[in-house]
Design a protein around this ligand. Structure first.
Ligand SMILES: Cc1cc2nc3c(=O)[nH]c(=O)nc-3n(C[C@H](O)[C@H](O)[C@H](O)COP(=O)(O)OP(=O)(O)OC[C@H]3O[C@@H](n4cnc5c(N)ncnc54)[C@H](O)[C@@H]3O)c2cc1C
Length: 378
């Protein structure tokens, strides 16, 4: 059976596929999402929703895109709420990051100066501030001593990921996007005029264009497409603590461990980085120990917290931990948006807007060329 119902097929209904589909629908494009499982239940579902801008010292195209996406996050959430009619909790509580060495403190001093001269202003306070251990405790009274000081980043925010994904699905449906779940694409047939995405049950979907947002499923789909993007999984374990009284009010970070507190007593703890784990999504004693030890070292009062949930997800990762976004070098009507590693929730608004612009007008937004598909990848 052949289905010709849309202009663009979006393959994969994670945060990237949903946001891109919604952006395309807003431009009047008819879109079908083909999702093998349920939308938003793969890597995106594992995310903690932490949104902190990378420091100015990191001046690459990815960091610039990330910062710009975060500057617009509040407006993005507002328009998503309007389109979906659903509440999406987003707030900028700020991040207190503890420094692990005198050198890190020195670097943070430079970062604060650079951020305060170039980031958008927030109220009338500096967007980043260097803190002594005592000052850090004024913001977060329950944290351990920070012998090398800390910094406060007021631009750091957080979004409720479950609400975000539900609102994206609803906004897509209200915007006319057709969402087909349980529809795994096994094969793509591409030529200059049309794309055929084939499901194993014999069903075929035809469209003028397609955009591949299938995360770690990319290599399997695109294996019969020249220059298929090299996306690999990097496992991350995380957990949810519940406390009766609020013990942290900002995102608190030290080394690899970060805590994302919500006013209702939930504290999300992230995360491990396990590239060697392949496609394994189990929670291990070592991973959970790492997270709990880290969390209770930062905030000893968390020793009495209830462990409510543990989980693991597979972050889709492009070459050198950079995403792949752009047009296929082999076909003008095949596009890719995948591999956003640890920051896909933060990047989604701007990455999807850029993809929608590219797909509908052919225009490559400034900075996007840095994420073009490698021409020599197989
Ligand atoms: C523990 C953890 C914590 C994280 N925390 C944060 C955070 O705090 N902030 C942040 O910004 N990011 C965070 N991330 C990263 C973020 O989750 C990812 O970058 C983002 O979700 C990637 O979105 P995606 O849409 O590309 O992939 P996915 O969400 O994996 O979506 C891809 C979709 O494609 C579908 N698919 C695959 N193959 C096929 C096929 N053949 N046919 C049809 N459909 C297919 C899959 O089922 C899936 O639904 C975290 C990730 C993890 C694991």
């Amino acid at each position: 059976m052949i289905d010709n119902a849309s202009d663009v097929l979006v393959i994969g209904g994670g945060v990237m596929g949903l946001t891109t589909a919604w952006q395309l629908a807003q431009r009047g494009v008819s879109v079908t999402i083909l999702e093998q499982g349920r939308c938003g239940k793969a890597a995106s579902h594992a995310a903690l929703g932490a949104l902190w801008p990378p420091p100015m010292a990191r001046a690459g195209a990815l960091q610039q895109l990330h910062r710009k996406s975060l500057w617009g996050y509040e407006a993005f959430v507002q328009s998503l709420q309007a389109a979906s009619g659903l509440h999406v909790h987003y707030q900028r509580r700020g991040k207190v990051e503890l420094m692990n060495s005198a050198e890190a403190f020195h670097t943070a001093a430079q970062q604060c100066e650079a951020a305060n001269t170039s980031w958008p202003l927030l109220d009338d306070k500096p967007v980043m501030e260097l803190l002594t251990s005592a000052q850090a405790r004024q913001y977060e009274p329950h944290i351990s001593d920070a012998p090398h000081g800390a910094h406060l980043c007021r631009w750091s925010g957080q979004v409720n990921v479950d609400q975000l994904l539900e609102a994206l699905v609803t906004a897509c449906m209200r915007g006319g996007v057709r969402i087909l779940e349980g529809m795994r694409v096994d094969r793509l047939e591409c030529d200059a005029n049309r794309i055929i995405a084939a499901h194993s049950a014999g069903q075929k979907f035809v469209a003028e264009k397609c955009v591949l947002c299938a995360g770690i499923g990319m290599p399997a789909i695109a294996s019969n497409t020249p220059h298929s993007p090299p996306i690999t999984p990097v496992k991350g374990q995380a957990l949810l603590l519940r406390v009766r009284n609020e013990v942290v009010t900002h995102i608190v970070k030290s080394g690899m461990i970060f805590l994302v507190p919500w006013q209702d007593g939930r504290i999300l703890v992230g995360s491990t980085t396990e590239p060697e784990a392949g496609f394994d999504t189990t929670n291990t004693a070592e991973g959970i120990h790492f997270l709990l030890q880290g969390a209770t070292q930062i905030v000893p009062a968390l020793k009495s917290a209830v462990v409510e949930r543990v989980w693991a997800g597979l972050r889709p990762t492009g070459p050198k931990h950079r995403p792949v976004m752009g047009k296929s070098p082999a076909f003008d009507n095949v596009f890719v948006c995948a591999g956003h590693f640890k920051i896909g929730i933060g990047l989604a608004p701007l990455a999807a807007a850029f993809m929608a612009e590219l797909i509908t007008t052919g225009r490559v937004e400034p900075g996007m060329e840095a994420f073009a598909l490698p021409t020599n990848a197989q």
